[in-house]
Design a protein around this ligand. Structure first.
Ligand SMILES: [Zn+2]
Length: 103
């Protein structure tokens, strides 16, 4: 996975195109990510034990990982991600525009 939890990403497709947000959750099997404040949907909550709030609530829905780009923490630009193996054998992600390691 190129995208991880806590990453900042830019949405590049879909109704929230242009929005930035932080990854809250990654669903590797579905290739989807949940991003703070992105792809809000209104949903009717059923009465569950943990959630006392009933009725219409707004929450984020996961979007496809191909619709987001990682925002580089070094150069602050949406970046294509590459990988690099360090001398100690660790595999880290790198930003392809500034070549800096992201992990
Ligand atoms: Zn960069």
């Amino acid at each position: 996975m190129k995208i991880r939890k806590e990453d900042n990403v830019l949405v590049i497709a879909g109704k929230d195109k242009g929005k930035k947000g932080k990854i809250r959750f990654v669903y590797p099997r579905q290739n989807r990510v949940l991003i703070e404040g992105v792809n809000m949907i209104k949903t009717h909550s059923r009465a569950r034990q943990q959630v006392k709030q009933a009725g219409l609530i707004e929450r984020e829905a996961p979007i496809n990982i191909s619709n987001v780009m990682l925002v580089c923490t070094r150069c602050n630009k949406p970046a294509r991600v590459g990988f690099k193996i360090l001398d100690d054998g660790r595999k880290v992600r790198i930003c392809r525009s500034c070549k800096e390691a992201l992990d």
